[in-house]
Design a protein around this ligand. Structure first.
Ligand code: ASP
Length: 321
């Protein structure tokens, strides 16, 4: 059995590429990083890698993580500028005995010494979004509509699991702000003997529930990935509403060691992508909350057509400069 699950429909192309390789016994460790790297390289996603939206000082600061579910090794970086592939730096850090989580200039120094590709990650298009936004009245910082951290959990045919995340975080965040995505147990967690989970949404609230670890903990107790996701997300959502009146956007995906999967969300139309040995053709699903559970449906062809048409339009805009 192999399987891979990823947040947001933007993962579709990269999951297509790696799922074929997973069926030929490529490792979860390599495939999850390869899939996230492809998304980092694609310039038209506004919240991952190249093309990600900047912080309030117009600088693109990136967070990423990698976890190996066999050894429980973790590598992560936070608030890193000017490197093409944060996920590769995170994976490299996971292979060290100590100094696994580096931020800011320290992480950049590590990346530079170790030969990772430098790149100005601010595109003309991201700059245009920034300029438009600063003309608007100052608002409270919140995830812009369609915020999309990529988070993936992968199981390979040998039974090993890995996870990875990558994001530019919240548009107009403070310089140095780090969300849940590189925080072990919050944005991601994976244990090959149990399963893994990854989150996207308002990092400040996701961290309050150590959400990805909580889902893996529930799976370890014997819960299915779907029940674990629903329980963890809706309990956290309820607690946040009771204690701070409002809960931020929270969405998760999870997979267990048998390739069973689940997803939960407190937002409208959260999309995710899944491919498994049983159903190797990647499918985009759309999830919505329904009475304390998550209703999951395959994305309709109209939904997918609109998604790809918009992406094509964005590509054209960008090429025009
Ligand atoms: N969780 C990310 C963060 O807070 C943002 C997102 O997933 O959209 O940085």
């Amino acid at each position: 059995m192999w399987g891979i699950i990823a947040t947001w429909s933007m993962s579709l192309d990269s999951i297509k590429n790696v799922s074929q390789k997973l069926s030929f016994n490529e490792t979860a460790a390599d495939m999850v990083v390869s899939a996230v790297k492809q998304i980092e390289d694609f310039p038209f996603y506004k919240s991952v890698g190249y093309g990600g939206l900047p912080n309030e000082e117009q600088e693109v600061e990136l967070d990423a993580s990698y976890m190996d579910g066999d050894t429980l090794s973790i590598g992560a970086i936070g608030a890193v500028k000017d490197f093409a592939n944060p996920v590769l730096i995170a994976k490299s850090l996971s292979q060290r005995k100590v100094n696994n989580f580096l931020v800011g200039t320290g992480a950049e120094k590590y990346a530079s010494i170790n030969g990772f590709q430098r790149k100005n990650m601010l595109t003309k298009r991201a700059k245009a979004f920034y300029e438009k936004r600063i003309k608007q009245e100052a608002e409270e910082i919140k995830p812009y509509a369609g915020h999309d951290t990529v988070g993936m959990v992968c199981l390979d045919a040998m039974g090993s699991m890995s996870s990875a995340t990558s994001t530019s975080g919240l548009f107009m965040k403070k310089a140095g702000r780090v969300g849940d995505s590189p925080i072990p147990g919050s944005g991601f967690y994976v244990d090959s003997q149990v399963g893994g989970a990854s989150a996207t949404g308002l990092g400040e609230d996701i961290m309050k529930g150590c959400l990805s670890y909580e889902i893996v903990r529930l799976m370890k107790e014997g819960k299915s990935p779907q029940i674990a996701c629903d329980q963890a997300v809706f309990q956290l959502d309820k607690q946040l509403r009771e204690r701070q009146l409002v809960a931020g956007d929270i969405s998760v995906v999870a997979m267990n060691k048998k390739g069973g999967w689940g997803c939960a969300t407190n937002i409208k139309d959260f999309s995710f992508v899944i491919a498994t040995a049983a159903n190797p053709k990647p499918v985009v699903y759309v999830a919505n909350e329904s009475d304390g559970h998550t209703k999951i449906e395959p994305a309709s062809s109209k939904w997918l057509q609109e998604y790809f048409a918009t992406r094509g339009m964005q590509a054209n805009d960008c090429l025009k400069g």
